[in-house]
Design a protein around this ligand. Structure first.
Ligand SMILES: [Fe+2]
Length: 294
């Protein structure tokens, strides 16, 4: 596809690669919102250029390094990238898990991330297990002025909630969506009482129905090795991928009438309503048949 004209999507900051992979000398040739781009480091300074059809380097756009990733935009952002103060807390380990390509809409990927009902069926023995399948009540809200979707007071019994968990626990969760493509979950830390571990995804929408999903963890865990932590997260996400790549329609429906079809899931409904109010079309299912994701 060609570059989208959807200003809502264009005006967001997007993660498009890890600092580590690009510092190591590899230019990253990738795509964002239908536009081929080149991401590189000029010393310590991240840069992003359009990659023209003839192979030439085109217009430069703003770029910055944040949370181990390079963030960029093809538009004029109205909002700063995700603010994650926990990043500066002592004792936290940032685990950059790398990108996984998923042939699905970014919005489907974020919505799936918010969904607890699939834990016992898709992440059996890790994030859930039959017969404990009910999703307990939780609270949802749009936070202003941040303009973020939050779901709080979520809880779920988990046989192995984290790489550091020895036993099952009832995990407490909070979900936060800071942009249509960026979401973080705060989850009971199994090793430090009263603390949260953070797990998040920065979804890079390459096209309407193909993304690179950059996953990270920000955890209080001094014992697990880096590869244990990465493996734990990748195993979970690979389980999600096969579900995501088979969702029909591929684009996320935002029509209020479609909400009736969603299983009682408040966070999903609020996310869809929030996207609809923004006027986002990229990655959505349009009933008029114009969905490029279909
Ligand atoms: Fe999942």
């Amino acid at each position: 596809m060609t570059r989208t004209t959807d200003k809502v999507a264009l005006n967001e900051w997007q993660a498009v690669g890890t600092v580590e992979e690009i510092i190591s000398g590899k230019r990253r040739n990738t795509r964002l919102l239908g536009q081929d781009i080149i991401v590189e480091m000029d010393g310590e300074i991240p840069r992003m250029f359009e990659n023209n059809a003839n192979g030439g380097i085109g217009t430069e756009h703003p770029a910055q390094a944040l949370y181990g990733h390079i963030w960029t935009t093809l538009g004029t952002p109205v909002k700063a990238p995700l603010d994650m103060p926990e990043f500066k807390e002592d004792g936290r380990r940032l685990v950059v898990c790398g990108a996984l390509t998923v042939r699905a809409s970014a919005l489907r990927i974020v919505e799936n991330f918010l969904d607890m009902a699939h834990f016992p069926y898709v992440h059996t023995g890790i994030l859930g297990e039959e017969p404990i399948t009910a999703v307990n009540d939780y609270k949802i809200e749009i936070r202003e002025p941040e303009d973020e979707v939050w779901a709080t007071e979520c809880s779920f019994f988990q046989p192995q909630a984290a790489a550091s968990a020895d036993d099952g626990q009832v995990s407490q969760y909070m979900y936060r969506v800071s942009s249509p493509f960026v979401t973080v979950l705060y989850k009971t830390c199994p090793v430090v009482e009263g603390a949260w571990d953070l797990v998040g995804i920065f979804v890079q929408p390459k096209d309407e129905a193909e993304c690179d999903v950059h996953t990270f963890m920000l955890v209080l865990d001094e014992t697990s090795t880096m590869s244990d932590l990465v493996h734990f997260q990748q195993e979970i996400f690979l389980q999600d991928r096969s579900i995501l790549e088979n969702q029909i329609p591929p684009g996320l429906p935002l029509d209020p009438m479609d909400e009736i079809a969603i299983k009682a899931d408040g966070s999903s409904m609020l996310y869809r309503r929030w996207l609809r109010n923004k006027g986002l079309t990229f990655g959505t299912h349009r009933g008029d048949g114009s969905s490029q994701a279909a």
